[in-house]
Design a protein around this ligand. Structure first.
Ligand SMILES: [Zn+2]
Length: 298
């Protein structure tokens, strides 16, 4: 990634979840394969939190690097400055600098994928909180009597449990069961997977049944956004992740609920838009973080 946020080289590699040694070797090997004389820094966007006091990875799910100073390790192995950030925070930085949040002082990225992640840009800066755990948008409570959150989180009624791609998967499976003559059931009978991406694809192709599921998900998502809007009065909320590929089918019902439920002046102030960088946001953001760590960008 160059200083204009352009991806100059890219390689995709599977993650070695079982063995930390193999994972670290793989990271080092992939980094070296991309490094040339012009490389100024390494930037890492990771599915976990970076503890501000110890620089160690925390709450990193299936990554076998809990408590490990990954940035320090990579710097020692590769001899370059290393920046590291939570993946949602990295994506938020990229959307703010080069994507749908350009020019906004206060922006929230909500990435709706398997879970819900994202990041808060407040006063033009990524807000990390006192110890590095801020911006866990998927784990705000929207139903205190609700079901237990997804794997790895013991809370109940969290936004991620109610409005993520995983929630959409469940809505699709239920629709396939309850409406065997419907568009979704017929697509599954034709060999498609009963999952969220099927609903997104069919909704885009004009299926009212699939669009209804997207709308249902959007309304749950919107209640989470109402809390964020009332709390932070952002200028822009950028919605990314796989589910955002539904476009206006997702965004329009979100706006309707926000306009009805949020503090009117705060609802009027916020634009709710789709992400522009798509699946490359985290990559571009990691590049930014690396270049900042090296002092190439401020
Ligand atoms: Zn949770």
């Amino acid at each position: 990634v160059d200083s204009q946020g352009r991806i100059t080289q890219q390689t995709i590699h599977g993650t070695e979840f079982e063995d930390p040694g193999k994972l670290l070797n793989c990271l080092e090997g992939v980094s070296k394969s991309l490094m040339d004389d012009a490389a100024a820094a390494i930037g890492l966007g990771v599915a976990g939190r970076v503890d501000r006091a110890t620089a160690s990875l925390q709450w990193c799910g299936r990554l076998p690097l809990e408590g490990f100073d990954l940035a320090g390790y990579m710097a020692s192995r590769l001899g370059l400055p290393v920046g590291i950030e939570n993946d949602g925070g990295a994506a938020a930085l990229a959307e703010h600098e080069f994507g749908a949040g350009r020019g906004a002082e206060d922006m929230i990225l909500v990435a709706v994928g398997t879970g819900i992640g994202g990041g808060l840009i407040l006063n033009n800066q990524l807000f990390r909180g006192s110890t590095g755990y801020a911006g866990e948008l998927g784990h705000i409570v929207i139903d205190y009597d609700g079901p237990r959150c997804l794997e790895g989180c013991s809370g109940v009624g969290h936004l991620e449990r109610m409005a993520s791609g995983t929630s959409l998967d469940a809505l699709v499976r239920e629709a396939v069961r309850s409406n065997p003559e419907g568009d979704l059931a017929r697509a599954v009978a034709d060999g498609r997977d009963a999952s969220g991406p099927l609903a997104v694809a069919l909704a885009r192709a004009g299926s009212t049944e699939a669009a209804r599921l997207i709308k249902q998900l959007a309304e749950s998502l919107a209640f989470g956004l109402v809390s964020l809007i009332n709390l932070l009065n952002p200028e822009v909320i950028v919605i990314g992740g796989g589910v955002a590929e539904a476009g206006e089918l997702l965004l329009a019902p979100v706006r309707t609920v926000v306009n009805r439920e949020a503090i009117p002046a705060a609802a009027a102030a916020v634009r709710i838009v789709g992400a522009e960088l798509g699946s490359t946001a985290c990559l571009v953001g990691a590049g930014l973080i690396g270049l900042r760590a090296a002092g190439v960008l401020v």
